[in-house]
Unconditional design. Sequence first.
Length: 567
Amino acid sequence: MYLDWRVAKGTRRVYVEAMTHAAPEAWTLPWRGLGLSSNLSVADVPQPYRMLDESPGLFDYVEYSAPLSLEASKAHASLFPEMWRRRHEVPVLFHPVHLNLWGPALEPAQALMDLEAHARAVESPWVGNDVGWWHVEGQPFPGYLYFTPPFNEAGLEECVTHALHVQRHLSRPLALENPAVLARRGHWHVLDFMAKLHARTGLPLLLDLGHLFSHQLSAGLPLESGLDGFPLDQVIELHIAGGVVTHRGARSFYVDDHTQPVREELFTLLASLIPRCPSLRAVTFEGDGHPPEVALASLRRLRKLVPAGARPPLTLRVPEAVDVPPLTEGSQPWALFDAGYAAAPASSVEDEAGTVADQDFRLAVVAEVLDREWPLTRLLLAGTRESLAAFTGSKEFRKTFAAGGRSPGQAFASWAMRRLREQKEEGASAVLTLEMLLPSLFMRRVPAPGPGQVGLAEDVRLGSLPVDLSELVYAARAVRRHLTARAWASGALELSGLETLLQVSRRPEPGPWTFIARRRSGGTELTSASGGLVGFLGKLAAQAVTEAEVDPLLVAEARERGLIRRG
């Protein structure tokens, strides 16, 4: 029988309950071949099923990331219906990335039962996940940038507890993936850490080549350092993805960013490792964000390394059941959280230079997340590294994870209101009011045009404020473009130039001001328009009209700007 180890909330006591299904004596893992990753959104590129339809045999399976719950995935992943319909034609691997394999608390039993039900339903032969701290009570860190455990005895003990706890709820193996590394913590090599984790749990390994590269660069080691003696015979899956190498003084860092091109070093490393991994079942290209033509070129290159065709299944012995040791928190994950989000100085933890690089990456992701909801307010109140770190080091940001239930955007709104009360910036207050108004605009339905009519585009709405912020909306685009262009030439982003926005925010024109809001993939775009066009769009917000009823020049302008649709 499997043992269900349930952790009582607020305690360290562990209860054991027998589950209803019998444990197998061995796992049989099919050959999966070459795969492409997906977040199961029809808006993302590359779209795996479209690529397969256009180039049959290009790859063999889809590895997807989604919530642990099957029902939540069905509700939120727009590509899920096609994945479900074609799962026997195109097998899948479930790579949840919502799963803590390190951190201050074990996954709740219900979440792991959801994981087991999900993996069983889609017939994923194993579940792979990076060894890291991904979320707090379901709230992921911005950009899913997890925290990597320290590579020492304390970090190992905690990861062993997490891995065994998860595996106890699964009828298939949990493949342990080496985490990405920017800051060096602990005295072990990452491959030694992963080898020890395998030895203590008996679980198979997933080797991510970009993550390995990140460790080697941060530690100043050759790319293949540590592979001799590493249990490559326990590796069932390899990952290859894009990333960026940057240099800071004597140190170099690899930032794991799947939207970037794959480094040539990783293609070379993959070619050398495939024949050295006798238990290998799958090679996944994590091509998130690559245009189809770019992903096609990479997949064709990878197909030469992983030829199409069936191979015999692999039998793995199920590790003997052992007691799950209690979680000790000896490595203090919250201290790494505080250092990672600049709530504590980088010098407070091991590897100050690596921690600063880690902070920069995390702060950039936080800025990107905030700019989807609060682009103007963020530039005014948190446009510099120092002011952005003031937010991530605030009680509002910490409560997003320590208490749960709020998004980083909601935390930013609370922080911004507090800062504005303290600073008494009336211009910035108007900007915050504007951006708080935007979501409600899109709650209003717009009439759909009938045959021969035109109506407001589905992603367009009109709004109004008692003050005119059109100059600030323009200035934000102009200043951002100017400073970015200078940064490319000088190598430095001169954020002191953002003072211009503060000046403009303090001199708004009297209103009322009617503006156009248009939803884009990265947020909401604001523009102004002439009185005639605004009047025309306002009429369409109430009812669709025939083109004959309106000035053809207004129709042409609105159509050219993508503001209207035809019936």
